[in-house]
Design a protein around this ligand. Structure first.
Ligand SMILES: Nc1ncnc2c1ncn2[C@@H]1O[C@H](COP(=O)(O)OP(=O)(O)OP(=O)(O)O)[C@@H](O)[C@H]1O
Ligand SMILES: [Mg+2]
Length: 332
């Protein structure tokens, strides 16, 4: 199962690379026919390199100097850039485009020991866990954050309006992602009633972290514990890319809507403690959102969980407050 998925993804990587190489060839053909000067520069470099190669074959003991060609290549690059600019082509027109600059779309990094690139791990994560909710990130991210959806009415207990407050929260989280992954506090806990923008800001963070090349798993608490329960008690056959492992080794785990899961005696509290504790010991980031108050959380989960969650040395607790903007949108 795992290999089948891996092969499928790698085949797509290969196809994408081939497609990009083909597109580059076409762009080259277009430019070379439009700019004969560039074509003749390229030709002289190719001819010169071919002569050197022939000399090397005829006389293997002799090692020719390539200084002249290096100079020619450098000259050509400069000239190429200038010609493209002058003729209105984008700067990277004659460069191969990569989706992932780290592995150049091969899926693997490292020269001696090959390891999966984080982009490949993320692809496997997304496809294995259909409930991993990262599909909204093109709509919900720091660029699309719209402070005007929040009412400009004063909030009780603060000297700010909801809009000003959310603007400030956004800045705090923007700074957090700038410092990522070296944040002293690896956990974030968003608390607040429904429709206050918690999930939106979790998505902003998820996108920013993915863009840095780290892996992210975002699940609702309901789906997470449902899956864990069923895999512990037999009704899900786990493959070797098991959620149990991914929860611990993904760079950032996001648990949305803590408190909506089905309560199963100690099961949820124990599993949640294990997740928080293991990830804490491994210095990994875990972000949670909940509609529950801190007092509710204390009541629902064990002391071990809440002492981890409320440990302000490692957790930044952010309170969301004000009017439900989902309702507000509906009304207008
Ligand atoms: N900063 C924002 N800019 C634009 N739209 C937003 C913003 N924040 C929230 N929204 C929109 O408002 C609605 C409610 O936000 P969101 O789902 O994040 O609330 P929530 O606090 O997670 O609620 P719940 O507790 O019910 O899960 C969503 O449709 C979301 O897209
Ligand atoms: Mg939400």
């Amino acid at each position: 199962m795992k290999d089948k998925l891996l092969n499928e993804v790698l085949r797509e990587y290969d196809a994408y690379r081939l497609q990009q190489q083909e597109a580059l060839k076409q762009r080259e053909a277009e430019v070379l026919s439009a700019l004969p000067e560039l074509a003749s520069l390229r030709n002289s470099l190719v001819t010169s390199l071919a002569q050197k190669a022939r000399a090397l074959i005829l006389n293997p003991g002799h090692s020719p100097a390539f200084e002249q060609e290096e100079q020619l290549a450098a000259q050509m690059k400069k000239k190429e850039a200038a010609l493209l600019r002058e003729n209105g082509y984008p700067e990277d027109f004659l460069t191969l485009h990569h989706r992932c600059p780290v592995c150049r779309d091969t899926g693997y990094v490292g020269s001696l020991v090959k390891e999966k690139c984080s982009c490949l791990i993320q692809q496997l994560l997304d496809r294995t866990y259909r409930f991993s909710e990262l599909s909204n990130l093109d709509k919900e991210n720091f660029d699309s954050f719209d402070e005007d959806v929040f009412p400009d009415f004063p909030l009780p207990d603060t000297n700010m309006t909801q809009k000003q407050y959310m603007k400030q929260l956004k800045t705090v989280l923007w700074d957090y992602q700038e410092a990522y992954p070296n944040n002293p506090r690896k956990n974030l806990l968003f608390t607040g009633k429904t429709g206050l923008g918690k999930t939106f800001l979790l998505n902003c963070l998820a996108k920013a972290i993915l863009d840095k090349g780290d892996t992210v798993l975002k699940v609702t608490s309901y789906n997470l514990f449902e899956h864990l329960f069923r895999s512990s008690f037999g009704s899900i056959k786990e493959d070797s890319f098991a959620l149990k492992d991914r929860i611990f080794d993904v760079d950032t785990l996001i648990i949305d809507d803590l408190g909506t899961e089905t309560r199963r005696n100690n099961f949820t509290a124990e599993e949640l403690f294990n997740i928080l504790n293991e990830r804490y010991l491994n210095q990994k980031h875990t972000f949670l959102s909940t509609n529950l108050t801190l007092a509710d959380l204390r009541e629902c989960y064990s002391d071990r969980v809440t002492s981890r969650l409320f440990d302000t040395q490692n957790t930044m607790i952010l309170r969301f407050q004000g009017q439900d903007i989902r309702l507000r949108k509906q009304r207008s």
